[in-house]
Design a protein around this ligand. Structure first.
Ligand SMILES: [Zn+2]
Ligand SMILES: [Zn+2]
Length: 333
């Protein structure tokens, strides 16, 4: 907030306990430790995972906590890899141990010691943030700060989900929010056919999906016009798993892209039979981020964003919760 003149202090939107609203507070600007950069936040995306953090569906947060893991900003201090003034992106994966069996086998996304931005580390719902620069990304110049923010989780973890969906041409996307609207454009650029599933009555969501390039849009209770090679579920509804299995052909894959999902109802083995697979996607690796940023540099992705002032973080979260957004909310300090 510009009215706060003391440069040692900043506005941060902090969560003091699960289930509470974030509080706008004046707190010390964090100091970068060894290997960290201090970043002046230009934009921070609002992700569904932030709702799970705020609601306490994810239970490892420490409070008070600054949420936000789609940070775009400029380095103001620290930094060997990124000099002062460099634009960087900070994603969900904030730190890993580097030595465990997962870290040693290119699966740092599964590291048990991993720390996560805006969850077990303070994030970007603030005027400044610190981050381990080894986990930051450079961002393609074609995207402005607000446009780039949703790439950092919706785009990136969406892309990891997409990679697990395999090479098949017919791709279903269940839940057409921030991740799907980016991924639909990537999939179309790769020559795929995209089938978008929204809540059954969500006409606006279906129209939005078609505007983003989907070949077909319908309710999640509908069968697609042709069997799918793969489906990615972004909506946090476990009931979609058997529905998606029913929509994929033999050998097809159903990828669950979210960090939290309601329970999956029991279903007949026949839905899984035929070498269909169900797979979750957990977090990201730095290699995923580098790969996705190359795709985003080559592919003109139009991210649909709605900017909110940082102080209105609670309003942005409410808009996401109530399904009032097309695309992604982004906080701007
Ligand atoms: Zn590890
Ligand atoms: Zn996220």
């Amino acid at each position: 907030m510009k009215t706060w003149s003391d440069p040692d202090l900043m506005l941060a939107m902090r969560l003091h306990a699960p289930g509470e609203a974030l509080r706008a507070e004046r707190v010390p600007v964090p100091r970068p430790g060894p290997g960290q950069v201090l970043i002046k936040v230009a934009a921070c995306g609002v992700c569904r995972t932030d709702l799970h953090v705020v609601d306490g569906d994810l239970t490892e947060g420490r409070y008070p906590l600054v949420p936000g893991h789609e940070i775009v900003g400029r380095v103001v201090a620290g930094g060997a890899r990124f000099p002062g003034g460099a634009r960087v992106g900070v994603p969900w994966l904030g730190w890993t141990c580097g030595t465990c069996e997962y870290c040693a086998s290119a699966r740092e996304n599964l590291c048990a010691e991993a720390r996560f931005t805006g969850y077990t580390l303070d994030g970007g719902y603030a005027e400044y943030a610190v981050a381990d620069e080894r986990f930051c990304f450079g961002l393609p110049e074609r995207y402005g700060d607000v446009e780039a923010a949703p790439l950092l989780c919706a785009g990136l973890i969406g892309y990891r989900s997409y990679a697990f969906a395999g090479e098949g041409r017919a791709l279903g996307l269940y839940g057409f929010g921030a991740a799907a609207h980016i991924l639909a454009q990537v999939a179309k650029a790769h020559g795929k056919k995209v089938f978008a599933f929204t809540r059954p009555e969500d006409r606006k969501g279906m129209e939005f999906a078609l505007r983003c390039g989907a070949d077909w849009a319908g309710g999640s209770d509908q069968a697609p016009p042709e069997p799918l090679d793969a489906a990615i579920i972004f909506a946090p509804a476990g009931a979609l798993v058997p529905q998606a299995l029913a929509a994929v052909k033999k050998g097809g894959r159903v990828v669950c892209g979210g960090i939290h999902m309601s329970d999956i109802p029991a279903f007949a083995y026949a839905l899984l039979w035929g070498e269909r697979r169900v797979q979750s996607v957990a977090n990201l690796t730095r290699a995923d981020g580098e790969a996705f940023m190359r795709v985003a540099a080559e592919t003109p992705i139009r991210t649909q964003t709605k900017a909110f002032p940082l102080e209105e973080a609670n309003e942005a979260l409410a808009a996401l919760r109530e399904g009032r957004l097309e695309g992604a909310a982004v906080l701007v300090p």
